[in-house]
Design a protein around this ligand. Structure first.
Ligand SMILES: Cc1cc2nc3c(=O)[nH]c(=O)nc-3n(C[C@H](O)[C@H](O)[C@H](O)COP(=O)(O)OP(=O)(O)OC[C@H]3O[C@@H](n4cnc5c(N)ncnc54)[C@H](O)[C@@H]3O)c2cc1C
Length: 708
């Protein structure tokens, strides 16, 4: 099952999957963003009542808890006849069942927007949130004229929240062809909204905008208005890949769905702003998307398990709670209209009630209900031993697509001029929910470190992939993503993939054997007294992954993205630089942790290392996480290394010495006289400073001495 978009409805399917598992089902979420923004709380975020994390759903973590794979990418084409989704950056994905909940984009029909105009779109709402820092920059201290082009409730909410954010440093005008034409708003609410906005000095102008220039707005009547910044809140449209798909649409171009929320293709559900429910037209809103989500999650489960689907019935009228100013909201329900602080409290309570369902707490203990798929895949008895391979079709199809080894030779010849070859093997297990393409990259770089540490470069690689137990398209998905991720790095590195093996396992992962040739022989016994010790990048992948996947509130999706950035950063350039400085020591910090690798060098070089631990060597500077979380490999690392280390009990960073690293940094020793030049060259080539850890010194009672 593939979900496109982390909208208000699709997130509810994932939440349901957190507590209910369907045997044989694999779920993939594709979303443009790491987070889903909850629309109801966005105006509150703009006027700084909530922070970014409070209004966001962390999609990677949601997928982790749901046992789904998360792919951050943009869908650019849907080929329903081939059941295939084309992505902007990653390989295409096939599906059996699809749920589309990608929201809408701002409607720019009939408006000429000049390149130099400072124009921002209110939809998709996540883009508005992402662009807020740019808006902040434009609205500095001077008085700015802001135009909101729209005229619906959202335009008023935006105007109120911008006014509060910039502390009245603005002159706001709402321009609209139709001002406050929403059917369900009663007259009293409309009057109230207009009064609140005019009391705050917000102007209104009725008319149709046809052009937005760098300095002006132009109306259809030819009138021109000065404007420094423009926000388009002028209704919704759907993205081109959807409008170009062959799914049936309504007269406005939205995807038409039946009462079960199924499109004209009965394997595709569509919900939220993207769809119109047949004979049930309602204005697009987050409230409607949430309601549809409640039906969608039931129907998805029913469809998969062969049960009858339920019908979605849109309400005729629903509660509006419109945030106004100074923690007040305006409530509209049938003929009732109130403005006050209690309305804001009610809004906050409802909104938090929804978003908090998607916040996971540390140690949240979930018990699963198991469902069976309609298809009998779960009955399959999987072979063990030599029979636990992937299907030959999957393999041959992949190799044919890649134009490689389609004759399936039993082994490959490595041609080399060197009399000695470097060889190393490494294995890492797939982290649940991680994009397997990114995992392929990480596993290549993780293995490459072994060859770099020995002063070599990679020539050929052999890959053994453990794919999850699965059927056709799931098996193909993992194989393609793993291999293409590995291949993307092999290409950059100039190495070739010469042989491989794949099998099915409960513990998916990648094993890579690398062959390399020497460029400069490096062994661990050559460290010299007084040489400086550097790390090529910061540490912390072990405990940070443990914290994130234990749902620690101390780590947000932004922290996870940062962690991923470091895990996907290779050490090849660093190794070249260290060789150019004739460094005798390079080692990679791997699963055994910093202390173990440094101890190996000290022991074989008969020296001690004097080091200082500071926050700079951490990927995440929050020491509380380091103190609270440990990877499962920590204890083994601690027991095998701690006796040789002198460190104060009070050193807050002591745990980092034993933290296992996935594609960790290289540890490099540099002659002190080269310090300035090395640091300069490193910074120019890598874009960051190398991290100075300490120096080697005469052998003392302890092999590692940590200064406070
Ligand atoms: C200022 C403002 C305030 C609002 N306030 C409210 C309110 O208080 N209450 C209310 O009910 N409504 C409100 N709305 C309306 C609301 O924003 C939308 O109706 C609602 O967000 C639609 O929800 P959705 O689930 O359809 O999609 P969205 O919540 O927009 O989610 C779409 C998801 O799809 C992803 N996506 C989009 N395109 C692609 C692609 N090509 N490939 C992969 N992923 C993709 C996005 O990253 C996003 O995660 C407001 C709108 C605005 C502009």
């Amino acid at each position: 099952m593939v979900l496109i978009g982390g909208g208000h409805a699709n997130v509810q399917i994932l939440k349901k999957l957190c507590m209910n598992r369907i045997k044989g089902l694999h779920t993939i979420l594709i979303s443009k963003h790491f987070d889903a923004t909850y629309s109801g709380m966005t105006p509150g975020y703009i006027h700084r009542d909530f922070n970014r994390e409070e209004i966001s759903i962390d999609l990677q973590r949601l997928c982790f808890n749901a046992g789904a794979t998360f792919i951050k990418d943009k869908v650019i084409k849907l080929e329903t006849n081939l059941k295939k989704i084309v992505l902007q950056n990653f390989p295409s994905i096939s599906y059996d069942l699809l749920s589309i909940n990608t929201g809408s984009i701002s409607n720019t029909k009939g408006i000429n927007i000049e390149k130099l105009s400072k124009c921002f779109f209110a939809k998709p709402i996540s883009t508005l949130v992402n662009n807020l820092s740019q808006i902040d920059q434009i609205i500095s201290n001077k008085k700015n004229r802001i135009s909101i082009i729209g005229g619906g409730v959202a335009s008023y909410e935006l105007a109120f929240s911008l006014l509060k954010r910039y502390e009245n440093n603005l002159e706001i005008t709402i321009f609209g062809k139709n001002i406050l034409k929403e059917k369900n708003l009663n007259e009293k609410t409309k009057k109230n909204l207009k009064k609140i906005s005019s009391d705050l000095g917000i102007k209104e102008y009725s008319g149709e905008i046809v052009s937005i220039t760098e300095t002006h707005l132009v109306l259809i009547s030819g009138e021109r208005f000065n404007s420094d910044l423009n926000i388009l809140s002028s209704g919704a449209n759907i993205e081109t890949w959807l409008s170009e798909s062959n799914l049936n649409k309504d007269k406005n171009g939205y995807i038409l769905v039946d009462n079960n929320l199924l499109s004209s293709d009965k394997n595709i559900f569509v919900t939220g702003d993207t769809c119109t429910v047949e004979n049930n037209y309602r204005p697009k809103s987050g409230v409607m998307a949430v309601r549809q989500g409640q039906v969608l999650k039931e129907n998805i489960f029913s469809k998969l398990t062969g049960k009858p689907l339920v019908k979605f019935k849109a309400q005729k009228n629903w509660l509006y709670l419109i945030g106004t100013y100074k923690n007040k909201a305006l409530m509209n329900y049938f003929f009732l209209s109130f403005h006050g602080r209690w309305c804001w409290k009610l809004k906050e309570w409802i909104d938090r009630g929804f978003i908090n369902k998607f916040k996971f707490t540390y140690n949240s203990n979930m018990s699963f209900r198991n469902f069976d798929l309609e298809r009998p895949t779960d009955i399959k008895m999987y072979c063990q031993g030599c029979g636990s391979k992937v299907s030959k079709n999957t393999l041959v199809n992949f190799l044919n697509e890649e134009n490689s080894h389609s004759d399936l030779p039993d082994s490959s010849i490595i041609n080399t001029n060197s009399s000695s070859l470097l060889q190393s093997i490494d294995h890492i297990k797939l982290f649940t929910s991680l994009n397997p393409f990114d995992f392929g990259i990480i596993s290549y770089l993780h293995s490459q470190n072994d060859i770099l540490s020995s002063g070599g470069s990679v020539k050929t690689i052999s890959v053994s992939q453990a794919l999850p137990f699965s059927d056709g398209i799931i098996e193909s998905f993992f194989m393609e993503y793993f291999m293409k991720g590995i291949k993307s790095e092999a290409l950059k590195d100039g190495s070739s993939i010469i042989s491989g093996h794949s099998y099915q396992s409960k513990e998916p992962g990648i094993t890579i054997t690398m062959n390399g040739i020497f460029e400069k022989r490096i062994s661990k016994n050559q460290a010299q007294e007084d040489e400086l010790i550097y790390l090529s990048k910061p540490l912390g992948t072990g405990y940070l992954l443990a914290a994130y996947f234990h749902n620690s509130e101390l780590l947000s999706s932004f922290d996870f993205q940062k962690l991923m950035k470091w895990m996907k950063k290779g050490n090849k350039n660093v190794s070249d630089i260290s060789k150019s400085f004739k460094s005798n020591i390079t080692t990679d910090i791997s699963g055994f942790g910093l202390a173990s690798h440094l101890l190996d060098i000290c022991r074989s070089s008969k020296l001690s290392a004097e080091i200082k631990l500071n926050k700079e060597i951490l990927i995440n500077k929050n020491i509380e996480i380091l103190e609270k979380f440990k990877s499962t490999g920590f204890d083994n690392n601690f027991f095998s290394s701690s006796n040789d280390i002198s460190i104060s009990k009070n050193n807050k960073l002591k745990n980092i010495l034993f933290d296992p690293q996935t594609n960790g940094p290289l540890l490099i020793s540099i002659n002190r006289r080269d310090q300035i030049e090395f640091e300069k060259k490193f910074e120019t080539a890598i874009g960051l400073k190398p991290l100075l850890l300490g120096k080697f010194k005469k052998l003392e009672n302890y092999l590692i001495l940590v200064n406070d």
